[in-house]
Design a protein around this ligand. Structure first.
Ligand code: HEM
Length: 99
């Protein structure tokens, strides 16, 4: 499945009948099993329907960091992102790509 960033936003948990997606480096993970984290009111709801790569790398929940850009990230931050990627791969299914 290929989704634009705008289409991805439709899977932000606001519609209980639809899955919740979070992307890392353009790969879309189905995080519906963790609706408690990513659904409305969840601690990590700001990542739902987004490519959260930059925010995950920086351990940030700031609006301005919630994007796919890896520009200027340190080696350490890129390592943190890789750890997140591995955690997501182990826990969630990849369902597509952001195009
Ligand atoms: C005081 C700060 C924080 C504490 C105590 C904390 C604690 C936790 C705990 C206990 C979990 C559940 C882990 C599990 O059951 O697998 C979790 C999940 C998570 N945390 Fe934090 N966290 C903090 C800050 C942050 C920040 C700043 C970010 C920003 C990137 C973040 C991103 C995440 C994400 C994305 C998950 C869900 C991972 C998944 O889908 O399994 N956390 N956190």
């Amino acid at each position: 499945m290929e989704l634009t960033a705008q289409q991805l936003r439709g899977f932000n948990g606001s519609d209980a009948g639809k899955p919740i997606y979070v992307a890392i480096k353009g790969r879309i993970f189905d995080v519906s099993a963790a609706r408690n984290f990513y659904g409305p009111g969840g601690d990590y709801c700001m990542f739902a329907g987004k490519d959260a790569s930059r925010a995950l790398a920086k351990m940030s929940k700031k609006e301005e960091d919630i994007c796919s850009s890896l520009d200027g990230l340190s080696e350490n931050e890129l390592g943190v992102l890789l750890d997140w990627e591995k955690k997501f791969e182990a826990k969630y299914a990849v369902v597509g790509r952001v195009v």
